[in-house]
Design a protein around this ligand. Structure first.
Ligand code: R1P
Length: 342
C-alpha cells in the first residue's frame, strides 16, 4: 500500500478510490457482472483497472448500455469487498449477476448452467473440536435460504435458454437451490488429510434442502448483502481530504479523467442534505453457475466444454443485464464517468 488513507472505517485514498477494488465513483456502472477469474471478463470496454489486491474492473458499453465486469477471485471475503466497495462508488441501483463455476449435486451433465432461486450458507463451526470430535457442537452450520432477485433471475434464465448455441448440448436448471461454502474442501464435503468431520455433510445438506443442486463459494454472500441493504439508513464517517491525483497503484488501459463526481455520498440512501433519495436505491442480485464438477459422478468438465459454455454464458449475462430495465432516476450520472459519450 502506497497511498495515504484517512478513514479507518471505510478506507479510501485521497483521490477517493476504495481500498481493495481501487475504483472510484464513475468507474463502475449500475449493471455489473461479477466473475471469479479475470479470464472470464470479456472485452466490453476501454476502461480496465486492476487493483493491488487482485480485483479487476472493466467498464464500458455493451450494445450501447453501460456495464461493468468485476473479477473478484474467490470466497466470501472477496465477495464482501466487491459488494460493499462497489456500492459506495455508485448512485442508483446496483444490479449484479454473478457468473461462476460450481460443483453439481444433482444428476445433470457437467456444462449444465444453474440459475438458483435461493442460496444457503455452509460455514465451518470453529468451536467444534475437530481433533477429538465433539458431542456438544455440530462441525458445520447451514443457514436459512436467501432468495435471488426474482425478476433478474427469470430474465437471466430466459436469456440463457434463448441464446444457447446448438453446439452446446447442456441445458439450464432454474428451480434449484445453491449452497455457498466458506471453503472449497471441508465445507463442501471433500476429504483431505485434515479431520474435517464432513463425511455426511452433503447428505445433511440434501436432507435439509431437497432442491439443493450446486455448491460454490460466493453466491450466498452476494444475495445476503443485497437482501439486507439497506434496512435503515447507515452512516459512514466522512473525511474531507485534499484533492490529489495519486492513484492506488491501478493498472489502467486508459487513464481516467479527473473525477467530476465530487465527494462520494457519505450516506448511501440519502442526499447531501440528508433527505432520503427517491427512489431509494436497491441492490438486485442473481447468479448463473456453470457445473464444472459433478459431485455425483466425479466427472470434471473438459477445457473445450469450458470454452463453449463460458462463451455462451458470458454473452447471455451481458444480454440479460442490458435488457434489464433500470429507470433513469435509478442510474448513476453519466457526466464524468468512464462510459460518458462526448
Ligand atoms: C473454486 O474453485 C472457485 O470456483 C468457483 C467457486 O465458487 C470458487 O470461487 O467459482 P469461480 O469459478 O467463479 O471462481
Amino acid at each position: 500500500m502506497k497511498d495515504l488513507i484517512l478513514d479507518a472505517n471505510f478506507p479510501r485514498t485521497l483521490d477517493q478510490r476504495v481500498y481493495h477494488l481501487g475504483i472510484r465513483s464513475g468507474e463502475v456502472a449500475n449493471r455489473i457482472v461479477t466473475v471469479g477469474a479475470p479470464s472470464r471478463a470479456s472485452g466490453i470496454a476501454p476502461f480496465t483497472l486492476s487493483s493491488e489486491r487482485g480485483f479487476t474492473t472493466i467498464t464500458g458499453r455493451y450494445k450501447g448500455v453501460p456495464v461493468s465486469v468485476v473479477s473478484i477471485g474467490m470466497g466470501y471475503p472477496n465477495a464482501d469487498f466487491f459488494v460493499r466497495e462497489v456500492r459506495e462508488c455508485l448512485t442508483g441501483d446496483m444490479v449484479v449477476i454473478r457468473l461462476g463455476s460450481c460443483g453439481g449435486l444433482i444428476d445433470v451433465p457437467v456444462g449444465t448452467v444453474v440459475v438458483p432461486k435461493a442460496s444457503v450458507a455452509v460455514t465451518r463451526n470453529y468451536d467444534y473440536d475437530f481433533i477429538n470430535g465433539d458431542s456438544h457442537e455440530l462441525p458445520y452450520r447451514i443457514s436459512k435460504p436467501v432468495d435471488a432477485d426474482p425478476e433478474l433471475r427469470h430474465a437471466l434464465s430466459a436469456t440463457l435458454q434463448r441464446t444457447r448455441p446448438p453446439t452446446v448440448s447442456t441445458g439450464v436448471v432454474d428451480n434449484a437451490i445453491n449452497a455457498s461454502a466458506d471453503s472449497f474442501y471441508s465445507s463442501q464435503g471433500r476429504q483431505t488429510s485434515f479431520p474435517d468431520h464432513n463425511e455426511t455433510l452433503i447428505e445433511e445438506l440434501k436432507s435439509q434442502h431437497a432442491e439443493l443442486a450446486t455448491l460454490e463459494m460466493e453466491t450466498f454472500h452476494i444475495l445476503h448483502l443485497a437482501a439486507n441493504w439497506p434496512r435503515s439508513t447507515h452512516t459512514t464517517a466522512t473525511v474531507t481530504p485534499p484533492v490529489t491525483t495519486l492513484p492506488v497503484a491501478p493498472a489502467m488501459t486508459v487513464p481516467p479523467p479527473p473525477s467530476t463526481q465530487g465527494q462520494p455520498p457519505s450516506v448511501s440512501t440519502t442526499d447531501a442534505e440528508g433527505r432520503t433519495l427517491c427512489p431509494k436505491p436497491r441492490i438486485r442480485a442473481a447468479a448463473a453457475q456453470m457445473v464444472f464438477a459433478s459431485r455425483t459422478t466425479q466427472d470434471f468438465i473438459t477445457p473445450e466444454t469450458v470454452a463453449a459454455v463460458e462463451a455462451w454464458t458470458g454473452r447471455a449475462v451481458l444480454e440479460a443485464l442490458v435488457g434489464f430495465e433500470i429507470e433513469p432516476d435509478r442510474l448513476h450520472e453519466e457526466a464524468g464517468s468512464v462510459w460518458e459519450l462526448k
